[in-house]
Ligand binder design. Structure first.
Ligand code: B12
Ligand SMILES: Nc1nc2c(ncn2[C@@H]2O[C@H](COP(=O)(O)OP(=O)(O)OP(=O)(O)O)[C@@H](O)[C@H]2O)c(=O)[nH]1
Ligand SMILES: [Mg+2]
Length: 395
């Protein structure tokens, strides 16, 4: 990224920002697959109005710290059952400190594995709290709402550095997310923005993760940004879990931000245009935007929000009749039939092909099996996107 922080003009903290939602990142450490406790705790926190970004299990300290920074989480909650917690929690704190993010707090628990003596040692090293077996969930929710209600007073030291850090970028995105006034769009630069929409569970995140892998391989010096939406009711909590389904997008050359829709219908959030503008200014060459699961009438990327639109469908959309009702079949530049390993994929491809012919415009239809590593269909999609002349770019 070439742009420095001044281009983002991260605004001073405002009272609107101060009342922003509590964002917490949760995860299970490396070599630990005990995720049932954290899944329960996630849902309890969401029920209490917290926006929870769930990173999944078997995650390294560096990945956890990086994700918390990119998400501008107020705290990290770790669930640890397999031992090594004293060192692991300390490693997460050290990683945060190294990246000028000591204000991101750390708390956690882990049944009977973490002893009271361990907990005392962990607290001495900077962990806020450890919860033991049998703690009522309401007590955990109360702790989070009491201790992390306000954003930290600490302003990152690297506020106006020559180099744009993830930390500064993440703070700018939070400011945009809590405001209704967005930066004025710049003239188009050399960023290609691609919107990826489709019904819930069709494989959008899996596809984006595979596209990320291909991007990282073919652009060894560039960074990729991903804006990932999940649904949430207005003023309520949200479970933002796309990160947990990703493998390659945890790479340090990927900047991933999860956005709740906060009650906005249609697949994206009110903060999306502003967030995209900030990422474009930050100089990413490719930005992938995943919509929340969309329905027949949704057009998440209308009014030129992105340069190219991808509609992901599964073979199970119903019958030909349903194809007349999916509005995005008109506007999509690429229609992907994912889960082509499943029954009905051939029929789906042929029916969608006939439906697209009625539009009489250049639209590509591609069959993929995104969950299969190095799927040739995903290669086709990536190669099309990669060969696209990035807007405003002379190549
Ligand atoms: C269920 C379970 C499993 C399930 C896990 C299912 C899943 N997807 O999570 C299965 C059967 C798969 C499993 C497998 C294994 N397990 Co196991 N498992 C357990 C068990 C019985 C319960 C853990 C649990 O989920 N409890 C339910 C939660 C909700 O209750 P809780 O712990 O009281 O939770 C409270 C607090 O701890 C706290 N808390 C917990 N996490 C967090 C996080 C945050 C952010 C906060 C705020 C609070 C908090 O709040 C909770 C609410 O009150 C424990 C024994 C135990 N009693 O802890 C062993 C235990 C953790 N397992 C153990 C072992 C050894 C294994 C295996 C290695 C067994 C094997 N040889 O294959 C594998 C490893 C799996 C892996 N990949 O990591 C050992 C670990 C020993 C150690 N210290 O290393 C334990 C302690 C059993 C034992 N006594 O030997 N296990
Ligand atoms: N059979 C099959 N399963 C797939 C394929 N691609 C993804 N999946 C599975 O589909 C499930 C949902 O995948 P995600 O990538 O999370 O779907 P999504 O569209 O991002 O889901 P939401 O964000 O919740 O709307 C996961 O269990 C994937 O492993 C595929 O090509 N074939
Ligand atoms: Mg998803």
């Amino acid at each position: 990224m070439k742009t420095n922080a001044a281009h983002l003009s991260p605004a001073a903290p405002s009272s609107r920002l101060a009342s922003g939602a509590i964002r917490i990142l949760t995860a299970v450490p490396l070599c630990d697959g005990h995720d049932s406790a954290i899944v329960t705790i996630n849902l309890e926190l969401v029920r209490h109005g917290v926006e929870v970004i769930y990173l999944g299990y078997h995650r390294s300290a560096a990945d956890i710290a990086r994700a918390a920074i990119q998400e501008d989480a107020r705290a990290i909650g770790l669930s640890s059952y397999n031992g090594g917690h004293v060192e692991f929690f300390a490693e997460v704190l050290a990683s945060l400190r190294r990246q000028d993010a000591r204000d991101i707090r750390l708390f956690g628990g882990g049944g009977g594995t973490i002893t009271p003596a361990d907990a005392r040692q962990m607290k001495r090293r900077g962990v806020d709290e450890i919860f033991f077996a049998g703690t009522p969930l309401a007590e955990i929710a109360r702790f989070v709402k009491t201790n992390y209600a306000q954003p930290p007073k600490v302003i990152p030291k690297s506020r106006a550095p020559a180099k744009l850090s993830d930390r500064v970028l993440a703070k700018a995105l939070t400011t945009a997310g809590n405001r209704s006034v967005f930066p004025t769009p710049m003239a188009r630069g050399s960023t290609l923005t691609v919107g990826i929409a489709g019904p819930g569970g069709v494989g959008k995140t899996t596809l984006i993760d595979e596209l990320a892998l291909r991007f990282l391989k073919s652009h060894p010096d560039s960074r990729l940004a991903i804006l990932s939406h999940d649904p949430s009711p207005p003023g309520k909590g949200a479970l933002l879990a796309d990160r947990a389904a990703m493998v390659y997008a945890h790479h340090q050359r990927v900047f991933l931000r999860s956005l709740p829709t906060r009650g906005k219908a249609g697949g994206v959030s009110r903060a999306t245009p502003g967030s995209l503008e900030i990422l474009k200014r930050a100089g990413f060459s490719l930005i992938l935007v995943e919509s929340a699961g969309t329905g027949q009438e949704d057009l998440p990327f209308a009014r030129g929000l992105v340069d190219r639109q991808v509609l992901v469908m599964g073979p199970d959309y119903g019958s030909r009749l349903q194809l007349q009702k999916i509005l995005m079949l008109e506007s999509a530049d690429f229609v992907v039939v994912n889960k082509s390993d499943q029954a009905g994929a051939r029929t789906a491809l042929s029916e969608i092909e006939q439906r697209l012919a009625l539009n009489n415009r250049e639209q590509k239809l591609i069959a993929t099996v995104a969950k299969r590593h190095l799927d040739p269909g995903v290669d086709v999609l990536f190669n099309h996107l990669n060969s696209m002349k990035y807007p405003g770019q002379d190549r």
